[in-house]
Ligand binder design. Structure first.
Ligand code: IPE
Ligand code: IPE
Ligand code: MG
Length: 234
């Protein structure tokens, strides 16, 4: 049986969730931020060791300055409200994405959360912010090329070697990818890392993604036969 160690979630549908209630899109993002705590606890209770959440993509800068500004304040809200509890529960906050392009205050909040929790060995709560797979892979290629040019790396790299250049180098491959909000696309998320992940596209918007829905998704995962190119496990 392939244990469900790493779950990645595309937290989508906040805006539509808010609109359906006659509220501004930002109300959906706020409810979505609170839901991160709820889902992290549920994931931890299900024995998941790595939970990677797509908070902001390299393409999300296309949104209005107001919406982007609001989203950039949410890490301070999330960690201001829940960091003590995360620490108490033993969670370790990890980050992927190009943090250098974030507002300095946002970057500081994120790096502080990661640093304060770095000795923890519980759930790895990985926030993907200003993350895009193409950006990640291009950085890896350029970093590797620079290492070869400088004599720090040999020409000719294998899969394990390449993974050391990815932002996810410390994490196992994704076992289960869930996208909330009804769309059936990947939106530049973890393209290398989901090569053999099970995919689940569910209609519930992220603010409606309850612990019960997570359990249903994980049950579905355990009902599937992961063959990795081999033949059926009897
Ligand atoms: C996901 O919800 C949050 C981010 C992409 C930051 P959306 O804001 O994309 O919500 P919808 O898809 O418009 O409903
Ligand atoms: C994906 O959602 C990004 C995040 C959830 C952070 P989007 O709402 O940006 O994706 P598209 O535009 O529908 O593909
Ligand atoms: Mg969306």
């Amino acid at each position: 049986m392939n244990e469900c160690r790493h779950v990645a979630i595309i937290m989508d549908g906040n805006g539509r969730w808010a609109k359906a209630q006659g509220k501004p899109r930002t109300a959906g993002h706020l409810a979505g931020a609170d839901n991160i705590r709820t889902v992290a606890i549920a994931a931890d209770e299900l024995g998941i060791k790595y939970l990677t959440l797509y908070a902001f993509s390299t393409e999300n800068w296309k949104r209005s300055a107001d919406e982007v500004g609001y989203l950039m304040k949410l890490p301070a809200y999330l960690f201001g409200r829940y960091m003590e509890e995360f620490l108490q529960r033993g969670y370790r906050i990890r980050l992927i994405g190009d943090l250098s392009a974030l507002p300095a205050a946002t970057r500081k909040v994120l790096l502080d959360a990661a640093e304060r929790s770095q000795a923890n060995d519980g759930l790895n709560l990985i926030i993907a912010i200003n993350y895009g797979s193409h950006d990640e892979i291009l950085r890896a290629v350029n970093d590797y090329a620079a290492d070869v040019a400088a004599g720090r790396a040999e020409q000719g790299i294998d899969e394990a070697g390449f993974e050391q250049y990815l932002m996810t180098k410390d994490f196992p491959p994704v076992d289960l990818l869930i996208r909330t909000g009804g769309e059936q696309r990947i939106s530049n998320y973890l393209l290398w890392q989901i090569a053999y992940a099970e995919l689940e596209f569910i209609p519930e918007a992220w603010p409606d993604f309850t612990p019960e829905v997570l359990r249903r998704c994980v049950d579905e995962y355990y009902g599937r036969d992961r063959r990795f190119g081999g033949i059926k496990n009897e």
